[in-house]
Design a protein around this ligand. Sequence first.
Ligand SMILES: [Zn+2]
Ligand SMILES: [Zn+2]
Length: 109
Amino acid sequence: MAEWVCGISECEKRFGTIGGLLRHQIKDHPYESCKVCGEKIPDGIFSIQHVLGTHGRREYVLAYNATSNDIRYREKIKKLVELEIDVDATYELLMSERDEEIQKLLEED
Ligand SMILES: [Zn+2]
Ligand SMILES: [Zn+2]
């Protein structure tokens, strides 16, 4: 079974599935503003998908001062992830789960 490691800062938590990793990144890490469009996005895999998928290489290089190694590394991850999972659908699912959890928190007195 493939092992997925969270690459955010020094986290390095390990997950047996990409779904587990994405759930962790969306719920346990703070969101970052995209340096291209300013939208708040979960850090890690979703950030890679957003910047390279939505904006493309050119914007990524300009906004993030990226090197060709940075691009290669992220495009490799992006491909691996896309082989395993529908990233957009997973994003929608996890965000609605998260909204429900926040809603529950707010309703508790
Ligand atoms: Zn993490
Ligand atoms: Zn953006």
